[in-house]
Design a binder for this molecule. Structure first.
Ligand code: HEC
Ligand code: HEC
Length: 268
């Protein structure tokens, strides 16, 4: 069974999700046990501040991003240092869920390895300021992000950006119903769909500004997040682009795109 209290997944009845979840549940349990033991020990020994629950009730959700105020927020972060970022990733237990080098042990949680620093930093600000708290995992990230200084956010983002992008781990994937290559490279003018590659780059390595890397990303996380954009439960995309595109994609296309990007590292 899915560990609902941790990985809330509104799509758990869905065959694609069930198929992938079965593979990763064992890992998830282990990662969670490791995290619980480590976090309890750290709290006992006073290594980290107790998460401020007050922020949950008092802090209003920050104003939505515009491309302009997002630029200002990102450029006013201090310069990140990857070496210090490694220490942060260990002290703040990022590693216990996202893996030592940013390759997560479960397909339901995102890989951070090789991610663009601007995207990781943006997401940390989104979690911290409650722009993106629409599922249990995101709430958990909120509790972590409120404990971090802007310097720590910049450092940890630099650390993950310096790691090697996730490689295909050979996990069998559901067979895609269609080939999404056309959507990736050419888009679909009849539905006003811009090619994914025009923003995420041809090898899925991420593009300009905060456009994230997608190559090797966990397919379960990919599907979940695309469905959240599609349902407008994830609304932290500054230019409203992903919400718009996801609404125009069918479920079969989303599944196929998830597999395509997960397998992309081997196609390089
Ligand atoms: C207990 C497990 C856990 C810990 C510890 C944890 N994370 Fe996460 N993280 C998650 C989950 C689950 C998600 C997915 C949340 C969602 O759906 O938005 C996530 C999402 C993210 C994302 C969004 C990535 C993307 O591609 O959308 C970033 C960035 C991130 N975490 C960074 C960190 C950093 C940095 C730390 C340490 C300071 C950390 N996380 C600690 C579980 C964890
Ligand atoms: C106009 C530029 C643009 C196009 C075209 C585009 N994206 Fe995006 N995409 C973005 C940006 C910017 C973000 C970050 C949004 C945010 O902050 O939530 C993003 C985020 C994502 C994410 C979330 C990644 C994560 O780790 O959280 C996925 C998945 C994604 N895009 C898939 C796609 C797919 C598949 C296509 C093609 C069908 C596509 N995108 C087309 C700009 C674009």
């Amino acid at each position: 069974m899915l560990e609902r209290n941790m990985t809330y997944d509104p799509y758990s009845h869905d065959p694609y999700v069930q198929e992938l979840t079965a593979v990763t549940n064992g890992w998830m349990r282990r990662a969670r046990q490791m995290f619980t033991v480590a976090a309890t020990a750290a709290l006992l020994f006073g290594m980290v501040a107790t998460p401020s629950r007050a922020s949950e009730t008092q802090a209003p959700t920050a104003a939505p991003w515009t491309p302009a105020n997002l630029r200002t927020a990102l450029t006013s972060l201090p310069k990140g240092d990857a070496e210090r970022g490694y220490a942060v990733s260990q002290q703040m237990f990022c590693a216990s869920c996202h893996g030592d080098q940013g390759v997560a042990p479960t397909q339901n949680w995102p890989h951070l390895a090789g991610q663009k620093a601007a995207y990781t930093a943006k997401l940390m600000l989104d979690y911290r300021d409650r722009r993106h708290v629409n599922n249990k995992g995101a709430e958990l990230m909120h509790d972590i992000a409120v404990m971090m200084t802007p310097q720590q956010i910049a450092d940890v983002s630099a650390y993950y950006a310096a790691q090697k992008a996730p490689q295909d781990d050979g996990t069998p994937r559901p067979v895609a119903q269609l080939n999404p290559e056309q959507l990736v490279r050419k888009g679909d003018p009849s539905r006003l769909l811009t090619p994914c590659a025009s923003c995420h780059s041809t090898r899925g390595q991420g593009g300009k500004l905060e456009a994230p890397a997608l190559a090797g990303q966990n397919p379960l996380y990919f599907v979940r997040t695309m469905l959240e954009y599609k349902n407008s439960t994830r609304t932290n995309d500054a230019a409203h682009g992903m919400r718009t595109f996801a609404k125009r994609l069918s479920r079969e296309e989303i599944d196929a795109l998830a597999t395509y990007y997960a397998d992309l590292p081997t196609k390089r």
